[in-house]
Design a protein. Structure first.
Length: 191
């Protein structure tokens, strides 16, 4: 068994994060998210009752096209690791007293789960789009609830609130982006 000191672990984490990217996807590359959506739907069959159509495909994501035509209100992000697609995030600007942004969908392929990529991408989203956020999970998706509570608790130092929708039972977390100082902003922009 190999043991690493904290400095070595931090260097290893930084090297790994150097290969992680979160990019706003241009419309000309929208097929990447369309393709990844099939894996997303497949994973969700564990929690919701989705079926494939006669051609063996899941139905198209409702209004996905709007994420590529409503710039300024909808943000399609691609998550990559070592320049390979690894997931996506769909974010909407909402105009409510509760939040500025709604994390509509968030997906990391199974291969990359528990690698730190999802945590990194979530924090990167919160930092990149400054404001108040709403993140919702399906009530039956207990692993997602655990992930988001852990990420949001760490990101906010426990300064967030959670509410459960009385009709669906889906929990939502509400948080505020951290304000970045000039050093953090410079580091963020150079990534």
């Amino acid at each position: 068994m190999v043991f690493y000191d904290e400095g070595t672990v931090n260097l290893m984490r930084a090297a790994s994060e150097a290969h992680m990217r979160l990019s706003l996807l241009p419309a000309r590359q929208k097929q990447i998210i369309h393709n990844l959506m099939q894996f997303y739907f497949y994973d969700f069959t564990e929690f919701l009752d989705f079926d494939v159509n006669a051609e063996g495909m899941y139905s198209a994501y409702p209004d996905l096209e709007l994420f590529f035509t409503s710039r300024g209100d909808k943000f399609p992000f691609l998550i990559t690791y070592q320049q390979q697609p690894a997931g996506f995030a769909l974010v909407e600007r909402i105009d409510t007293a509760a939040a500025d942004y709604y994390l509509t969908e968030f997906f990391v392929m199974k291969k990359y789960r528990r690698s730190g990529l999802g945590t990194w991408a979530a924090k990167e989203l919160f930092d990149r789009l400054q404001g108040s956020w709403k993140v919702t999970e399906v009530a039956s998706n207990v692993p997602a609830q655990a992930f988001w509570r852990k990420v949001i608790h760490a990101y906010t130092n426990g300064s967030y609130r959670e509410e459960k929708d009385p009709e669906s039972g889906n929990p939502s977390q509400y948080l505020q982006s951290r304000r970045m100082n000039k050093t953090q902003t410079h580091q963020h922009e150079s990534q």
